[in-house]
Design a protein around this ligand. Structure first.
Ligand code: TMP
Length: 240
């Protein structure tokens, strides 16, 4: 499968057409942004790590019965995926308070929830990805009630699988963002990526942040953190 015309360039990835209209190639960049693109930078080697990590986790989720867009890793940065129509929602699952949740509700980062939470943001850069509830999602036609039901069920199932996997690596899965897409037959599959850009991952022993918060918050050691979390994954993925 080869890259044809570029269809889209996002903040962290490019998307290309292929000879097969039902398949796309996603190409991961080293570019990093935060705060809706206000902060810009480069994380050297990030594209390779995010591509390989996302693919390994998607393969793991497929093995556990969760449908994804993943087809095949083509190279260090390029992956073949099923073409989907993206449901314009950022689906955020949280196990521990952090980030915007802590800020919004005035709770300390690190507060362990008794059960996971879920929230949706409307994927719309011009509006700054505002929080949206299920009724509003249906009202403006972003998804219907049965699609939202499926998305929630899949998102919590992803959480259980990823939490267990990262625990086996000595890593605590704090929260993460997922995106879902619809195949031509209308079925919902997990799409986009699962990487240190889209998850909060804390070393279980030390609490050290091994994710993009090091970039967002200018903590330093960004590249080292990405390399370390990838190393942990590679050490444990074969047993998962
Ligand atoms: P938040 O606490 O800033 O809302 O972030 C929750 C999770 O979602 C965190 O793991 C980072 C991830 N995330 C993205 O992947 N993309 C985004 O644009 C934002 C704001 C968060």
């Amino acid at each position: 499968m080869t890259k044809k015309e570029q269809l889209y360039e996002g903040k962290a990835k490019k998307v290309f057409a292929t000879e097969d209209p039902s398949l796309l190639i996603v190409s991961y960049k080293d570019d990093a942004t935060a705060f809706n693109g206000l902060k810009k930078g480069t994380i050297e080697g990030k594209g390779v790590i995010n591509n390989r990590m996302s693919n390994a986790l998607m393969r793991l989720l497929e093995k556990k019965g969760i449908p994804t867009h993943y087809v095949k890793e083509l190279s260090d940065r390029d992956t073949l995926v099923k073409k989907v129509s993206i449901v314009p929602l950022e689906v955020i699952v949280r196990n521990i308070a952090a980030g915007s949740f802590s800020k919004r509700y005035g709770v300390e980062e690190g507060l362990q929830f008794s059960s996971p939470t879920i929230e949706f943001s409307y994927k719309n850069d011009a509006l700054g990805d505002p929080l949206i509830n299920e009724y509003h999602t249906v009202a403006i036609g972003l998804a219907d009630a049965s699609e939202i039901y499926t998305i929630k069920k899949l998102a919590f199932a992803v959480n259980e699988q990823l939490k267990a996997f990262w625990a086996s690596c000595g890593v605590t899965l704090v929260d993460f963002k997922l995106e879902f897409g619809k195949l031509a037959d209308g079925s919902i599959v997990l799409a986009d990526e699962i990487s240190p850009d889209t998850c909060r991952l804390w070393d279980s022993a030390t609490g050290e942040k091994l994710d993009k918060d090091r970039f967002r918050r200018d903590l330093g050691g960004v590249e080292d953190a990405y390399r370390e979390i990838m190393k942990r994954l590679e050490e444990h993925i074969s047993e998962a």
